[in-house]
Ligand binder design. Sequence first.
Ligand SMILES: NC(=O)c1ccc[n+]([C@@H]2O[C@H](COP(=O)([O-])OP(=O)(O)OC[C@H]3O[C@@H](n4cnc5c(N)ncnc54)[C@H](OP(=O)(O)O)[C@@H]3O)[C@@H](O)[C@H]2O)c1
Length: 146
Amino acid sequence: MPYTSAAPVVSQYGDALAGKIIIDISNAFDPARTGLVTPDGSSAAQQTAKAAPAGAHEVKAFNTLFGHVLAADRAEGRPLDVFIAGDDAGAKARVSSFIESLALRPLDAGGLKMAHWLEGAGLLMVAPLGEAVNGHDFWLGINTLR
Ligand SMILES: NC(=O)c1ccc[n+]([C@@H]2O[C@H](COP(=O)([O-])OP(=O)(O)OC[C@H]3O[C@@H](n4cnc5c(N)ncnc54)[C@H](OP(=O)(O)O)[C@@H]3O)[C@@H](O)[C@H]2O)c1
């Protein structure tokens, strides 16, 4: 769901999310795609985590992988990379297993505060640079070559 819906929905479910993993896939940029709408230095994932009950684990994942890139398999046979960020090692391990079950490759970017930079990368992919490189279909993806 979009960033603007995430915290209200997490609040709505409240304690039912205790012990659950919340995967934030959102990219929270402005309509002109010139900046992030989240508070300076924070991220959509961190903002949504504030609405979660104690014991829920927020993990950022998938926001640098666009749906049509995934569908088109443009990485020429290499597994597409899914960057993740989160503060709970167990939650990240479970999300990584899920990602691998999709024949994708999880790459751990660090703690949840790294979600800010992953969301910045998401913005880069749809900002004018992305369009300049890829045309309006923005086929740009972020993948390692190892
Ligand atoms: N599309 C991509 O390639 C891509 C890439 C990276 C990240 N993302 C992120 O993925 C998220 C979804 O993107 P999308 O392209 O799939 O958007 P989308 O096609 O507009 O779908 C949004 C979904 O969120 C649901 N939703 C919205 N508000 C809700 C609420 N209050 N309660 C329950 N469900 C709600 C909608 O349900 P209804 O249809 O029932 O309204 C819909 O299924 C966004 O955060 C986006 O930034 C997308």
